[in-house]
Write a protein that binds this ligand. Structure first.
Ligand code: SAH
Length: 251
């Protein structure tokens, strides 16, 4: 059996209880060494074999899992944040299905949630933005034409950019071209929830130089939108005049 486990954004105690149980029971752990906090490996049993997938290609990962399966072992494939975002898990699942190997996914706290917590941020403020666009700037990995940053920018919704810290100049330009005003607030969170976390609060106009000054080139999220500094309306949910399934509104 293979468990794809979300490791959370960094801090070791942001792993789920279920993820911890799977790590404790694993015979083999293949972890994404470039981003997963190695402290999580302390949950592994003494006899557990541990491989770092940063040094492996897809074929090697699948081969290691296949060998473990033949020996009746449990494998944990440990991915950073939540595995469903930029986790390259589908390509593994397809191979496992071909080999008749069963698997299950255990979700994790994505780094975009870790970053919001570090910023005391609510991505969805009434009357400011009710949508979050999760995307990336095109680099070596292509982004479909219909999802180019400049066209997504037209919505002026809250935007969270993964995998784009090394492309600050291009990111800034495409967001400006797409119509975000230059004074749109931007926050950059480097290694959210890790001890070495860094936060920059800036604007679209200044993000490139501020990121350069702080030496942030990777392992960061770029968060863009008025939710970072806006006045907003109070929610309907807790409005004393508003009835919900649990509470009668008062006049
Ligand atoms: N599945 C992961 C994302 C993997 S892609 C998740 O849900 O978070 C890797 C990218 O995620 C990095 O380039 C960076 O943009 C972002 N990232 C991962 N961990 C991060 C963290 N602790 N702080 C800020 N960004 C992080």
């Amino acid at each position: 059996m293979v468990y794809f486990v979300g490791a959370g954004p960094g801090a070791a105690d942001l792993l789920t209880l279920r993820g911890k149980k799977y790590l404790e029971q694993a015979d083999l752990i293949i972890y994404a060494g470039s981003l997963v906090n190695p402290e999580l490996l302390d949950y592994a049993g003494a006899d557990c074999e541990i491989l770092n997938s940063a040094y492996m290609n897809l074929e090697q990962v699948i081969h290691a899992i296949e060998q473990a399966e033949k020996e009746g072992k449990n494998t944990v494939r440990l991915h950073t944040g939540d595995p469903s975002l930029y986790g390259a898990i589908r390509e593994q699942m397809v191979q496992l299905e071909k080999l008749g190997i069963s698997y299950e996914v255990c979700p994790g706290v994505s780094s975009f949630c870790g970053a919001a917590a570090s910023l005391n941020l609510e991505y969805t403020l009434p009357d400011v933005s009710q949508s979050v666009i999760i995307t990336r700037t095109e680099g070596r990995t292509a982004v479909p034409e219909s999802e180019q940053l400049s066209s997504l920018a037209a919505h002026q919704a809250t935007m969270v950019l993964f995998l784009s810290a090394g492309l600050a100049k291009k990111t800034r330009q495409e967001l400006l071209d797409g119509g975000y005003p230059p004074d749109t607030p931007v926050a950059v969170v480097y290694k959210a929830t890790w001890p070495e976390e860094k936060i920059i609060r800036t604007t679209l106009a200044h993000m490139e130089e501020d990121m350069e000054q702080a030496d942030i080139l990777k392992t960061a999220l770029i968060i863009v939108g008025r939710v970072l500094d806006s006045d907003f309306s109070l929610s309907r949910l807790y409005d004393k005049h508003f009835s919900t399934g649990f509470r009668e509104g008062r006049l």
